[in-house]
Design a protein around this ligand. Structure first.
Ligand code: PEP
Ligand code: MG
Length: 551
């Protein structure tokens, strides 16, 4: 038996084989070759395989999402056979006497650099496509299924770390749990695992080795413990946990259909955080009363190019309609920092969490913002959509966002496209600056939602991605809780509602404090809804205290 200890970041116990995530190691492609004709033959074979894959993907996309969706894969297929690209790969082979892998890498880099240098935004955007095509050919040469899970049975996915974009591209039906060497509980990968209700442990360190691939393991996403091929005693303990988990699930079923109200009649809105339209099923299964945070950037992260207005409209409309009149708060694009999207070509920054991210990108790129706002307003005709802006620090930013909304509404009016003119507009409170000017901000918007993940990071000067800050990263710090109170007082003074959509909202040990502060809404991962409801229904709001706000 091997026992490993990490940090539990998404609750739940599961049993399954370990499967190591396959990612291309650049070093694997650096080898020289002696038989160039053989390398050319291998290259030809990998190209053919890539063509077959892309044609199949185009057919699937056409069937599921129409011609426009299929076009991306058709363009990629054209690149595989592009004469100049193929010539470039063959010339590199002849001149450098290197492996086919290296030739693909070099040709991919040269071609994408050439496209980026062009004076045409469309051609510049194709650089990401050529990189993608080169990666596909490379994968086929190396015989790896990057991001794919080459297993018939569901697995516990192991990796050094996973970027949010990698996590999004995985086939969730094949994943029982995640375990990673690095990572942190506040990373977006951990958040995604919680949203999907998949148990996860991060920070396993070097003990998690690729040699463990295929071995049977139990993991506990609450305690952070993993046991590989456990001995009798450990096995019995894990089996008992699995049984308890099942009992708890049955008990929680009884919470469905119940109101989110304390014993003394205080109502709390309990909503869900989602990352894609597919997550709505989990919202319904857990009886969520609305959606308090739809992280729209995951649509951008999962795509190879800017999602069009139509693609976004379809996604937002699907969620709005499926929620059948219940509130759906959709946050505008929040990329940057750990959420990097290749085709945005964001500048490399020393401190990306303090750089051009979230609303700053939208205000700097009005066309990108306009496309999203048009899609959001169009979707507002199909349900109770609310629009929320992330990472606000100043009143002028909110005024500029609202002007962009007005402009889009005027366009839709002129085009005769239906939308809800009274769509609520709100902001996230996730910077200390927004707390300090909350009274002024509250006069501009319909609601606040506190992003405690970033608010904790910026208030305590602790990187949310780092896994070694230990007790210094303390979301229970009185400074964070007082910030919550200040924002709540400002919201209520202006007569607007305030919620929490950061991970702290699901922290049952703080429910009393939230009730005492006067928080109106908690938006949590779908699997946290019923346990939270059970706790609310046991609470007495008028006896709750602000004790935790003291140092
Ligand atoms: C937050 O910062 O708390 C939040 C909800 O936004 P995100 O985690 O996506 O940054
Ligand atoms: Mg945030």
């Amino acid at each position: 038996m091997i026992l490993m200890q990490g940090k539990g970041v998404s609750k739940g116990v599961v049993k399954g084989p370990i499967y190591f995530y396959q990612r291309i190691q650049a070093a694997a492609a650096q080898t020289a070759a002696s038989d160039i004709e053989e390398e050319k033959r291998r290259l030809e074979e990998a190209k053919e395989k890539s063509m077959d894959q892309l044609n199949a993907l185009a057919d699937k996309a056409r069937e599921e999402a129409g011609d426009e969706a299929a076009m991306l894969f058709e363009t990629h297929a054209m690149f595989v056979e592009d004469e100049d690209f193929v010539d470039c790969m063959n010339t590199v082979l002849d001149e450098e006497h290197c492996s086919a892998e290296r030739a693909v890498e070099i040709a991919g880099e040269q071609f994408s650099a050439m496209l980026v240098a062009m004076d045409d935004a469309y051609m510049q955007a194709r650089a990401a496509d050529i990189k993608d095509v080169a990666r596909r050919i490379l994968n086929n040469l190396l015989g790896v299924t990057e991001g794919g899970i080459d297993s018939d049975e569901p697995v516990i996915l192991a990796a050094d770390d996973l970027a949010p974009s990698e996590t999004l591209q995985l086939d969730k039906s094949k994943i029982l749990g995640f375990i990673t060497q690095g990572g942190s509980g506040n990373s977006h990968t951990a958040i995604l695992a919680r949203t999907m209700g998949i148990p996860a442990i991060c920070g396993m360190g070097e003990a998690l080795k690729p040699e463990l691939n295929g071995r049977m393991a139990y993991i506990d996403g609450e305690t952070g413990q993993a046991a590989i091929e456990p001995d009798e005693i450990t096995l019995t303990a894990f089996q008992a946990k699995l049984e308890k988990q099942q009992e708890m699930k049955t008990l929680m079923e009884t919470m469905k259909g119940q109101e989110d109200v304390t014993l003394d009649g205080r109502h709390m809105m309990v909503y869900c955080n989602i990352g894609s339209p597919e997550d709505v099923a989990a919202v319904h299964n857990n009886d969520g009363q609305g959606i308090g945070l739809f992280r729209s950037e995951f649509l951008y992260l999962a795509a190879d190019d800017y999602p069009t207005e139509e693609e976004q409209f379809q996604a937002y409309k699907t969620v709005a309609a499926a929620m059948d009149g219940k509130r759906v708060v959709i946050r505008t694009l929040d990329i940057g920092a750990d959420k990097q999207v290749g085709y945005f070509d964001l500048q490399k920054e020393e401190n990306p969490a303090l750089g051009v991210r979230a609303i700053r990108i939208c205000l700097n790129r009005p066309e990108v913002f306009r496309t999203q706002l048009r899609a959001l307003y169009r979707a507002s005709a199909y349900g109770k959509v609310a629009i929320m802006f992330p990472m606000i620090t100043s009143v002028w930013e909110v005024k500029e966002c609202k002007r962009a909304c007005q402009k889009v509404m005027a366009e839709l009016d002129a085009e005769g496209i239906p939308y809800n003119r009274d769509t609520e507009v709100g902001i996230m409170i996730e910077t200390p600056a927004s707390v300090f000017v909350a009274e002024e901000l509250a006069k501009e918007v319909d609601f606040f939602s506190v992003g405690t993940n970033d608010l904790t990071q910026y208030t305590l000067a602790c990187d949310r991605q780092a896994n070694d800050l230990g007790k210094f990263f303390d979301p229970h710090h009185p400074a964070v809780l007082r910030a919550l109170k200040m924002a709540t007082d400002a919201a209520h003074k202006a007569g607007i509602w305030i919620g929490i959509c950061g991970e702290l909202g699901a922290d049952l040990t703080l429910l009393e404090t939230f009730l005492a502060i006067g928080i109106d809404e908690l938006s949590v991962s779908p699997s946290s809804v019923l346990p939270l409801r059970a706790e609310i229904r046991k609470s007495i709001a008028k006896t709750c205290t602000l004790e935790k706000l003291s140092c």
